[in-house]
Design a protein. Structure first.
Length: 238
């Protein structure tokens, strides 16, 4: 490993040359969480989503996890379930201010049956991923096959293949670059994916978004567990 630097949209960014993980963006506005504490910070920024009648869907920091991990679980209880982390619909990141999202994520239990996991940036939270009004995210729908989606309420791209299928043992760096809002770009481990598709989110240039990690099922015994190792979101001040 060596730390190198580059300019992205005028922002000096330090990154790991081996993994392409962003080490430190020198942007005016930066949010980061490495989940290094004993409990999730649900006082200052995160809102935990925990929806279940009988199962275990409570987001929590994994005890003694190397480098810090937040776990979002579904279990095999046959019912509708949700587990997730958002900013509680506090939408403070702006689409056209050089916004970049990056997270280290693993699906330590791959989604099965009706289980759907999404992670990226979005508008107001909804129980079903398909009905969130504004979004740009990675998605695993009933398996480890990763797709990407964008929706600005006018322009929409759904279930676009990245050509990547993850195993339960895989942790990867997922990045969304909103520098050009008419051509949003997705990366996995530093390699651009779904490059043949144009992801246009220019309907509202100043669209406000929040970080969005969500795993859910509408019913049934499907399961899945999303582990979030780290999240970085950064942008310019204006």
């Amino acid at each position: 490993m060596s730390t190198k630097s580059r300019f992205l949209n005028g922002i000096l960014t330090f990154f790991d040359s081996l993994t392409s993980e962003t080490v430190s963006p020198t942007a005016p506005v930066v949010f980061t969480d490495d989940f290094l504490y004993k409990t999730l910070n649900v006082t200052d920024y995160w809102t935990a989503i925990d929806v279940s009648a009988a199962g275990l869907t409570t987001p929590a920091v994994v005890a003694d996890a190397a480098n810090g991990v937040a776990r979002l679980p579904l279990d095999v209880t046959s019912e509708a379930q949700e587990s997730g982390l958002t900013f509680g619909d506090q939408r403070c990141f702006i689409l056209n201010q050089g916004l970049v999202f990056e997270a280290r994520v693993s699906l330590s239990t791959l989604p099965t049956l009706l289980g759907i996991a999404v992670w990226g940036m979005a508008g107001d939270k909804n129980a079903v991923a398909n009905t969130v009004a504004e979004s740009a995210w990675f998605r695993a729908d009933g398996s480890g096959a990763i797709t990407v989606e964008t929706d600005d309420t006018v322009n929409e791209q759904t279930l676009i293949s990245t050509g990547t299928t993850v195993l339960a043992t895989d942790t990867k760096i997922y990045k969304i670059d909103f520098t050009t809002i008419t051509d949003v770009k997705f990366y996995i481990d530093g390699t651009r994916v779904a490059a043949s598709t144009t992801f246009n989110m220019s309907n509202v240039a100043g669209l406000k978004l929040q970080p969005y990690f969500h795993i859910a099922k509408a019913s049934g015994a499907g399961l899945g567990v999303m582990d979030v190792d780290k999240v970085n979101v950064w942008q310019k001040r204006s």
